[in-house]
Write a protein that binds this ligand. Structure first.
Ligand SMILES: [Mg+2]
Length: 259
């Protein structure tokens, strides 16, 4: 049986589940099977509460031993959660300072208003403090997917906003996130940062990891992982990911305890 990959890392939105939606039962079952044969990581720009709603709450018939092989990296790996003694524990969080947060919130609102991207019809908060990340969602955090895909199909609005905000915040990093979102973090915080942290934390070298994501294109939030040199699989939605796992899982040998 091949040894590769020892660890499979996944983006969350549009890779394991539809954007901001719970896992489909088929994907949940595949992840539980995968945990028997590999370590699994989920890394996303989203907060832990999104991991709970989309991922954790939908995993069924999964043992504590299997959950001990699941690594959760919300907000691009600036937070780290492991399952132990029956619950999910935050191992660390690298948060922005109050000054950084205040400047980030002001800059993104100013730039969005100047560009005419501050929408009046919204679903939930436009600005969100995720601790280690400030997130702008043009239509609000809870906007319907159908509305979101229509807001900026070319990606031009997000890119214009990203550039304008970056000019106002030279000491911070501004990236385009999901379909309508722009994320602000400390410099150098992206999914590549998260993957490097994961290698340090688990002792699994990057060369033994496989990453699956839907935005491995040059403007995508998964692209830094590809640049880092991790072997990547590009998907266009969770159905692609499910088809890939159907092929992958039978090629991996079951994990023995403490292997
Ligand atoms: Mg995605």
């Amino acid at each position: 049986m091949p040894e590769f990959p020892r660890l499979v890392a996944f983006d969350l939105d549009d890779t394991l589940a539809a954007s901001k939606s719970p896992l489909d039962p088929r994907m949940a079952a595949l992840l539980v099977r995968l945990l028997d044969v590999a370590d699994v990581c989920v890394i996303s720009g989203g907060r832990f509460s999104q991991f709970e709603m989309q991922l954790i709450d939908n995993l069924e018939n999964v043992s504590a031993e299997a959950l001990s092989r699941l690594y959760l990296l919300p907000t691009c790996g600036t937070q780290y959660y492991r399952h132990s003694e029956g619950s999910w524990q935050q191992i660390y969080a690298e948060n922005l300072s109050d000054d950084e947060k205040a400047r980030a919130l002001a800059a993104v609102e100013t730039a969005a208003r100047d560009l005419g991207f501050w929408e009046s019809e919204t679903w939930g908060d436009i600005l969100e403090d995720r601790g280690s990340q400030i997130t702008f969602s043009a239509l609000g955090q809870a906007a319907p997917v159908a509305k979101k895909v229509l807001w900026d199909p070319s990606g031009d609005k997000k890119n214009a906003l990203r550039e304008a905000v970056q000019a106002l915040l030279p000491d911070l990093e501004v990236r385009s996130g999901g379909s309508t979102s722009v994320d602000i973090t400390r410099r150098g915080i992206d999914k590549a940062y998260g993957m490097k942290r994961l290698a340090e934390l688990t002792g699994v070298p990057l060369s033994d990891m496989l990453f699956v994501g839907d935005r491995l294109d040059e403007n995508g939030n998964d692209y830094p992982v590809k640049v880092l040199g991790v072997e990547c699989v590009a998907v266009e939605g969770w159905l692609d990911t499910a088809a890939f796992l159907d092929e992958l899982i039978p090629t991996l040998a079951p994990r023995t305890a403490s292997a």
